[in-house]
Design a protein around this ligand. Structure first.
Ligand code: SF4
Length: 341
């Protein structure tokens, strides 16, 4: 059976050719699914009974099952979806204030059931790894939320459950579907892929020339400290990570986002700032400082975010402070578990 939601535009057209239907029918199908947000062939009123039957015989439109949703005080909404095999994933909708006459709806999507990276501050990392998501399971998070919330998603961040680079091929294919004008039509520069620092894949993405935004979770510019919270640092320490980031910037001429979750007494001391400034030296980066809220692991919120941001800017390094959203419903960075309440 052909999985329509997992197809690129070329594959969809090839499928219609295979079932001996004209190309404009493929465009109509895309309109129904991505434009009009339908998810069953029966809803497609300009398709004949015969065509609907043919499509049902050869293909299907993947759908997620919504288990629960929770709304945060700040408007952030978290969705718990069940997959066909019963596994659970979470997706988070973040609504932003009007910017230049536009409401920005960001969807934080998952790429794996669980995660094997085991970052100590992350609930996903603590709950083990089950499997990679398929392309349609990734794309369906967007189509489903657009449909039930009756809104247009215009920003995608691959920052939900899982390490996107460990599901590299499916993530890249999903990006193409998300960006495709005839499909979800979300601008490539409004798609962010976040990694905990997988060096070979950072270089591989640089060679793709895809123009997405790359975000790297740094969290400490000290090898010992970073290894303590992010085991991946033992395999790819800061020197190798910096080299990969420099390669990415050189190849793409694009700025990288460095995520720095600030933890009181851990990575907010003067020597941490010195090391961060030194790591950023010579790199075209934007440092996103996230003063994390108190966590189950006992981490405390730091008061030094503004000082760090000002010090970075003084050295001509772009920096901003990002407030955590949805932490009251466990929807903030590192809080997704894939479990209902
Ligand atoms: S922070 Fe990201 S990479 Fe690390 S364990 Fe959590 S989901 Fe995995």
């Amino acid at each position: 059976m052909n999985d329509i939601l997992g197809m690129t535009v070329e594959e969809l057209e090839a499928f219609f050719k295979e079932i001996e239907e004209p190309r404009y029918r493929a465009e109509q199908l895309a309109q129904w699914i991505y434009g009009k947000r339908m998810r069953s062939f029966d809803e497609m009123t300009n398709f004949s009974k015969k065509l609907k039957q043919k499509l049902k015989e050869h293909s299907y439109i993947y759908t997620l099952k919504l288990r629960t949703s929770q709304l945060s005080k700040d408007g952030t909404k978290k969705f718990l979806f069940a997959l066909e095999d019963g596994e659970l994933i979470e997706t988070v909708l973040i609504k932003h204030q009007k910017e230049a006459d536009e409401i920005r709806n960001t969807l934080c999507i998952s790429t794996q059931v669980g995660c094997q990276m085991a970052c100590s501050f992350c609930a996903t990392g603590q709950s083990g790894f089950e499997r990679n998501l398929t392309v349609s399971e990734i794309v369906a998070q967007i189509t489903h939320v657009q449909r039930i919330e009756k809104l247009k998603i215009n920003n995608i961040v691959f920052m939900g459950m899982g390490e996107p680079f460990l599901n590299y091929d499916n993530v890249i294919k999903a990006v193409k579907i998300i960006n495709e004008k005839k499909f979800l039509n979300i601008g490539i520069r409004r798609i962010t892929i976040s990694t905990c620092g997988l060096v070979p894949e950072i270089k591989k993405l640089a060679d793709e020339q895809l123009d997405v935004v790359l975000a790297v979770s740094l969290h400490s510019a000290d090898n010992e400290k970073r290894s303590a919270i992010m085991p991946i640092n033992k395999k790819y320490p800061l020197e190798k990570l910096k080299e990969a980031i420099a390669y990415y910037i050189e190849k793409t001429n694009r700025r990288i986002s460095l995520e720095y979750a600030m933890i009181k007494g851990f990575n907010d001391r003067p020597e941490d700032l010195r090391k961060l400034l030194s790591f950023c030296g010579g790199l075209m980066v934007h440092v996103n400082i996230i003063p994390i809220n108190e966590t189950e692991q006992g981490f405390k919120k730091s008061e030094k975010a503004a000082h760090f941001a000002a010090s970075l800017k003084k050295k001509n390094i772009e920096a901003s402070i990002r407030q955590e959203k949805g932490s009251d419903i466990d929807a903030a960075c590192g809080q997704l578990k894939g479990k209902g309440r």
